[in-house]
Design a protein around this ligand. Sequence first.
Ligand SMILES: O=P(O)(O)OC[C@H]1O[C@](O)(COP(=O)(O)O)[C@@H](O)[C@@H]1O
Ligand SMILES: [Mg+2]
Ligand SMILES: [Mg+2]
Length: 356
Amino acid sequence: MPTGGKSTLTQFLIEERRRFPDATGDLNAIVTDVSLACKAIARKVAYGALGGVLGSAGTGNVQGEEQKTLDLLSNTMFLRANEWGGHLAGMVSEELEAPYALAPEHPRGKYLLLFDPLDGSSNIDVNVSVGSIFSVLRAVSPGKDPAPGDFLQPGACQVCAGYAIYGPSTMLVLTMGRGTHAFTLDPWLGEWVLSHPDLKIPERTQEFAINASNSRFWEPAVRRYVDECLAGVAGPRGADFNMRWIASLVAEAHRILMRGGVFLYPRDTKEPGREGRLRLLYEANPISFLVEQAGGGASTGRSRLLDVQPKALHQRIGFVFGSAQEVARIESYHREDAPQRFDSPLFGHRGLFATT
Ligand SMILES: O=P(O)(O)OC[C@H]1O[C@](O)(COP(=O)(O)O)[C@@H](O)[C@@H]1O
Ligand SMILES: [Mg+2]
Ligand SMILES: [Mg+2]
């Protein structure tokens, strides 16, 4: 077997479908279409400066962020690969303000697809790993155009989620609710090969990831957690911790799925009124599903992320995920801080009026 005895994505999907004799194959078709878009994006990314796709597109998205040429190209590839199959009723993209309206000639299916076509795009021009993230929900009204509110389902309703990472090798990491599995793209065969079945995040870790340039905006519970890690073997944790920050959610999630660790992009006071930096529907929800299916924890910092009821398509959220014990510890630190103390630095764990 040219894949060294390992199954391909196609074989994996056939096996999954066998477990559900009534399945129509629509979900498998969506995964296949998404994986095709990811292969096409991987090729563009690999050509780098030679492909003429680096740099800014000179436009901004609904969230006021600069769009890169590759952000727009990746968005188009996702839309083109998925709009015609008849498996989807609608799509939401980070790069589009409103849900994408399928052309009248395309049949409407029974699933919804939400995606971040290119994640970590500030890293493209410096040749650091980027990725694509996706989430699949059931359509509220199969066969019909969805209302925007139909996409506002808690992450626990996802039927499938995954990401592709465009790094030294290209990989697809997938869950359909029965474990998290990683496929490596064989560049010769153009096939996704199941290289890492049933990933398990170690419960404990001594590695954390956070953007420390925001430390002056952190809530007391986050500051306490990081301070304790930094205190090392002489501190309350009694261990030296290592730190990483890639500024690419996909790359951080991948590292944590492969060897453990904890990631924090918590709610902070940098932009009052903003609940966090990362987007709930197409960043935090799919990563949380993958992490939980690999035995890890995923939280807003206060409670399970997959239980959050979304309020808006591009809603942001505080996000903490990774090794289960660390996520539980961070939640417990938030619980220990009385609610009235969250809002004022004076009442922080180490603040002027701290009582503990
Ligand atoms: O620049 P910061 O504040 O470190 O934020 C980095 C975060 O922003 C993101 O790049 C946002 O994703 P996009 O590139 O899709 O907008 C995440 O991947 C990453 O975790
Ligand atoms: Mg992103
Ligand atoms: Mg993006």
